[in-house]
Write a protein of this length. Structure first.
Length: 335
């Protein structure tokens, strides 16, 4: 096992609505990311992926609130730290974030170099403008962006250049953990490939030490990440290697996700697509038992009345289901 860059233990965060209702969008989630490794997080819209990404930085803004659990970055527990301390010592340097709508993340009234200066000077107030410019030029060259980009306004950049610029700003300080929240969404196929290749290059060149890649597309994660965690209704329902999760899913929800997606791999021709019936539960009042029970074709009365805890298999996989691994494999084989 390599050095653990990020370890999350039983993290729970919630939204509080204007009617004072609690919505537990992240519910007792645990994960680990080792140095040089990448973790993919998948699940349908509303499952808690982006909320988890925001929560991992330990920097909360209403209506999102921290409830319990630990977030440990390179051995340092940031849970409960003061927001000012997190902003000055953690964000950007220890952990960085590429937002889901990255192309709209830049203020159109400022030049690119202005955003970089703000990020760098938040950590080092004595650094000069010339030093910031030199640092930024080096990073932009590494990411295939001409240094002239630094003097341009966001409205002068194409969609792909905006995306790459946001990535460059996010990694300017060489964070130990980079969270990429659907970084290839809203881009054409060519730009998507370029952005993904760029993130992988950053890992290979050790500009970033580890990465969390969030998307709803499981097959994409197979080509980008080492491990995959599947989320459903705020909980982790399966975790394993990319190969295991994509081609040998254990949890009925993971199985349903893969069954509803076209996979451009050999042997997939002629495979019939299937949809997952129903909708996710209301997280204001989540069900007591399995949260996937109402949509699961293998549901039993026990699934509804029994709280389900994660199960670890003999080959270090995790899944949240009352059924044994052998039972599930037999059920899938009989379909």
């Amino acid at each position: 096992m390599g050095k653990v860059m990020l370890e999350v233990k039983e993290l729970t965060t919630k939204y509080i609505t204007r009617f004072k209702e609690d919505v537990y969008a992240v519910d007792h989630v645990s994960l680990k990311v080792e140095e040089g490794k990448s973790l993919g997080i998948a699940g349908e819209s509303g499952c808690g992926k982006s909320t988890l990404a925001l929560s991992l930085m330990g920097y909360y803004f209403p209506p999102l609130y921290y409830t319990s659990g630990d977030i440990i970055i390179d051995g340092r527990n940031i849970s409960g730290m003061e927001p000012d301390d997190i902003r000055k010592t953690i964000l950007g340097r220890e952990i960085a974030y590429i937002p889901q709508a990255a192309m709209n993340a830049l203020n159109p009234t400022g030049k690119v170099i202005n955003f970089i200066e703000d990020v760098v000077r938040a950590h080092d107030s004595k650094i000069t403008k010339a030093e910031v410019y030199e640092m930024a030029s080096e990073r932009f060259n590494l990411l295939g962006l001409p240094p002239s980009t630094l003097e341009r306004y966001p409205v002068e950049l194409s969609g792909g250049m905006k995306q790459r610029t946001v990535i460059a700003i996010s990694v300017i300080l060489g964070p130990k953990v980079l969270i990429a929240d659907e970084p290839s969404s809203a881009l054409d196929v060519t730009s998507q490939k370029m952005v993904i290749r760029m993130l992988m290059d950053l890992m290979e060149k050790q500009v970033i030490k580890s990465m969390i890649f969030i998307t709803h597309e499981l097959p994409l994660l197979y080509n980008v990440t080492d491990d995959i965690m599947v989320m459903y209704a705020g909980q982790m329902v399966e975790r394993g290697t990319a190969q295991q999760t994509v081609f040998d899913p254990l949890h009925p929800y993971s199985k349903g996700l893969m069954g509803s997606i076209i996979v451009p791999e050999s042997g997939s021709r002629g495979v019939r697509l299937t949809a997952i019936p129903g909708t996710p539960p209301n997280l204001k009042k989540p069900p007591f038992g399995c949260r996937f029970a109402e949509r699961c074709r293998y549901v039993t009365p026990e699934c509804i009345v029994r709280q389900v805890e994660p199960v670890e298999t003999s080959n270090n996989r995790m899944y949240r289901c009352i059924f044994s691994e052998e039972y599930l494999r037999k059920a899938y084989a009989n379909e």
